[in-house]
Design a protein around this ligand. Sequence first.
Ligand code: SAM
Length: 560
Amino acid sequence: MHVKHLRTPDVVIGADTIVSVDEQILEKPVDKQDAYRMLSRLNGKEHSVFTGVAIVHCSSKDNQLETEVTDFYEETKVKFSDLSEELLWEYIHSGEPMDKAGGYGIQALGGMLVEYVHGDFLNVVGFPLNHFCKKLAELYYPPSKHNVQHKKYDSIPSVDTFENLSDGENDSSNFTEHKGASKLDSSGMCSSEAIYNSENSSSVRTGFMVPLENQNGVSESAPKLPSKILDLMDGFRASKALFVASKLKIFDNLKDKGPLKAVDIANEIGASVCGTERLLDACAALGLLEKTPQGYSNTDSANAYLTSDGEYSLHGYIIHSNDHLWPLFTNLESAVKEGSRQNHRAFGKKADDLFKDYYHSQEVKQRFMAAMHSIAHLTARDVATAFDLSRFKSACDLGGCTGALAHELVQIYPNLKVTVFDLPEVIANTSYFQPSGQHMAPVTFASGDFFKDNLPEADLYILSRVLHDWPDEKIHVLLSRISAVCKPGSALLVAEIVLDEKKTYPPRAVLQSLSMTEGKQRSGSEYKQLLEKYGFTNTQIKITGNLLDAVLCFKKSLSP
Ligand SMILES: C[S@@+](CC[C@H](N)C(=O)[O-])C[C@H]1O[C@@H](n2cnc3c(N)ncnc32)[C@H](O)[C@@H]1O
């Protein structure tokens, strides 16, 4: 403007907004699938919306442009409720997500996805007006350092118009009483006011927050609460409350019932009334239960995921987390110091083979299988549809456990026959997990050891949550054996959490690694490299937005 139109603007304002979840930035989706990936990441979780703003104050001196830049950002926390696939897709089909950071617009249809907003709503819309006004006021009316009494505002400061701010006639030593202050107070919009007493004049002005400085010039404004750190500090209490409520079958007892009083639930589960009441309140505080004067009841999420017979129940995995992972994680310090698994400390004996350890007792085995089943069932649809597998006629799910993925595959691809291959002690216990009322013919179960025994013939092999468990030598044996039986053009589908290239996302995978199995989690390029070593090419990676991602690769044709 200065050069082209020979006019110097007073001020230029730039702003842009991003959405961030689990330390990742979500920009605008490039297509519907990308919008789905973003919205699935936000589903049921709290995320942050940041807007960065730059205010460039311009002036010209001797025809030279002079600029002074002030920048700031505003963060607002937004939580999505637990949303169904149908709702997400309906929202995506509305077309609204496409030009919006994070794939939603809170001011329109996207508002229905949001459970709560902590902070400035307008910041989520795209511009943090309140913070901006405060900044403008600071810039144009810097407060005197002396005698500043400070009180905090809850609401928008009383700036009549922006013209008032930019007229340049007022300065910090020449405040006049601002009529808006009492108007706002009486209407209840502002909870308090800031009062400045300069040496020469006593005047009242409202409009912006100024940190009070003590005699040493040190700011005494309250520090910003580190909410993420505080949440992590409390995380273990919340996890344990969920585990114990699941173990005591609180969610099962409340299923399909009206609100129940603590005393009734305590009687049902054979626990103390005072202890039960505290646990129920903790579950209500964590959003797992509803509490009303009539008593406690399950939330929709608790009915769907926390009851032991819910279709997508996570009960199995929660019990595994309580009984197996929790004792291991309480020995994390030793695990880190020694660089090894801590089964001997947690369970009193060393684990030579991860699975022998799980399968040494019927109870532990069933618990482990239920845990695997709950995650496999929840992820099976997304893994099965990550790629079009309709060209394959037969598949073999190696280490396929209860057959949850196999059953989903045959539903989606009716021409596919799937064999689930697992250790004999697992195959002997799969009947409990089979879906009822389905035509079962296309899924068969075969027992064997994939390191030693003949692998069933198939034109698609599957390794779901297998590779991350084993050290490189074992992976070498397994992939060499699969590669040897795989005909050119046949494929291998790997289902794992695929790490980003920095290997810090998603945190779930990085935290799983702390269990110190001899295996490891890998990034997309690491999977590609590993699979290429065993003759698999054309590797495609699909980040599903679910708990497991998918990698598909094809056996290279023999060179002529
Ligand atoms: C982490 S679980 C994953 C189960 C299932 N694929 C899923 O994604 O839910 C690993 C599976 O590999 C099986 N497994 C371990 N060692 C095996 C072996 N030597 N031969 C065949 N299966 C094995 C285990 O019994 C278990 O079912």
